[in-house]
Write a protein that binds this ligand. Structure first.
Ligand SMILES: *Cc1c(COP(=O)(O)O)cnc(C)c1O
Length: 388
């Protein structure tokens, strides 16, 4: 047995605050009863400001991958082309899903160190004169690489090409931690999940749906049942769901939305930006490279750190778990063992960040990973110099 608290600093699931844990510690109620309707209506209403949309948001009892699938099957038909962009493992998985479901993804290759180049989207759309491409799908914050892409630039590329494709964006590791403007950026389908910026356990996922996507859903779509947006609408209007919802997680969601509204979304984004900047200051002081090459694409919800040559990220992570009871994110697929990832999103404060960065620095000493000392000190200084 260990004493003290485990540090869960993977980039999701994130630390679930006590307030949310307590809110979930309740008996399950009748999901067709009047008390539930009040809960359901309030959630469906109060999710909208978090997505910065006036449109509809639907909730699935599913992990984020479920909402990926829902986004595709509700608007696409078998064989439809979708334009996707490789920013890391999560965009790759979404592309693989599109292939498995019988769609035809065009995957713009990336090097896992840069975000979406909107010019390449514009080029692909300009070539598609007979509008075979039905959707452009990008990941706002690729959690595997710690890279945040400019979604406004993608919108501008689609508009510039005067192309009718729908725009879909995965915000699973950015919603509620990095500014995301569904309506202002004209995003047709947003994909989100519960276990990252929303601070909940895994098990809920979301789609925000534009008028245009809703029209595409009614006009076409694929064979679908569980994910069908149309089945959600009538029950949702009364605060209910077409099947049994994850009632306990919804109690938690109520609390999470109250916490985000209480802090204020602008403050939430500023807090993540500040903790990310302090983390980057630490990484630079250690003499390590951040995977994201462009400074303006570096994620505010996690930092992916490149290991020096000949040093494995997984051995360092194992040493840190063993010595200091802290979990850090592993490198996935193309960057397996080459990086480790520090999650600094969700329910988080200065001292949690300092505990995290101290654990990384102590882990490097313990594992014999060569580095310059003083990274944690640099983060301290950054925090002291940038008070909010
Ligand atoms: C976590 C994550 C996913 C996968 O979500 P699951 O809940 O594991 O299905 C997809 N995309 C991004 C960007 C993620 O961070």
């Amino acid at each position: 047995m260990r004493s003290g608290r485990h540090f869960l600093q993977i980039p999701g699931p994130t630390n679930t605050p006590e307030r949310i844990l307590r809110a979930m510690h309740r008996s399950v109620i009748d999901h067709r009863g009047p008390e539930f309707a009040e809960l359901g209506l309030g959630l469906l209403r109060d999710l909208k400001p978090v997505f910065q949309t006036e449109g509809r948001v639907v909730i699935y009892p599913a992990s984020g991958s479920g909402a990926w699938e829902a986004a595709l099957v509700n608007v696409l038909q078998p064989g439809d082309q979708v334009l996707m962009y490789e920013t890391g493992q999560f965009s790759t998985l979404w592309k693989n899903m599109a292939t498995k479901l019988g769609y035809d993804p065009i995957f713009i290759a990336g090097d896992w160190r840069r975000g979406v180049d909107a010019n390449l989207i514009a080029d692909a759309l300009a070539k598609d004169t007979d509008h075979k491409i039905k959707a452009v799908c990008v990941v706002h914050n690729d959690t595997a690489t710690g890279i945040t892409s400019d979604i406004g630039a993608v919108r501008a590329a689609i508009d510039g090409a005067a192309h009718p494709a729908l725009m879909m964006v995965d915000t699973i590791s950015s919603l509620g931690s990095i500014d995301f403007k569904t309506d202002a950026w004209g995003v047709d389908v947003v994909v989100a999940g519960s276990q990252k910026g929303l601070m909940l356990p895994p098990g809920l996922s979301f789609n925000a749906i534009s008028e245009k996507a809703w029209a595409a859903c009614q006009a076409g779509g694929d064979r679908r049942s569980y994910w069908d947006w149309r089945d959600m609408m009538t029950p949702n209007d009364a605060g209910y769901f077409p099947y049994t919802p994850a009632t306990t997680l919804l109690y938690g969601l109520r609390e999470a939305l109250d916490m985000l509204a209480g802090e204020g979304l602008e403050q939430v984004f500023a807090r993540h930006e500040r903790h990310a900047s302090a983390t980057r200051a630490a990484v630079e002081s250690w003499g390590f490279e951040i995977l994201a090459l462009n400074p303006d694409e570096r994620s505010n919800s996690l930092t992916a750190v490149l290991m020096p040559d000949g040093q494995g990220g997984d051995a360092l992570r194992a040493e840190i778990l063993d010595g200091f009871d802290m979990s850090l994110g592993t490198g996935l697929n193309k960057v397996a063992d080459k990086i480790f990832r520090i999650g600094h999103l969700g329910d988080f404060n200065d001292l949690m960040l300092m505990g995290t960065l101290s654990g990384v620095e102590m882990g490097m000493i313990r594992a014999g990973v060569p580095h310059q000392s003083g990274g944690a000190q640099s983060a301290l200084k950054y925090l002291a110099d940038h008070r909010i």
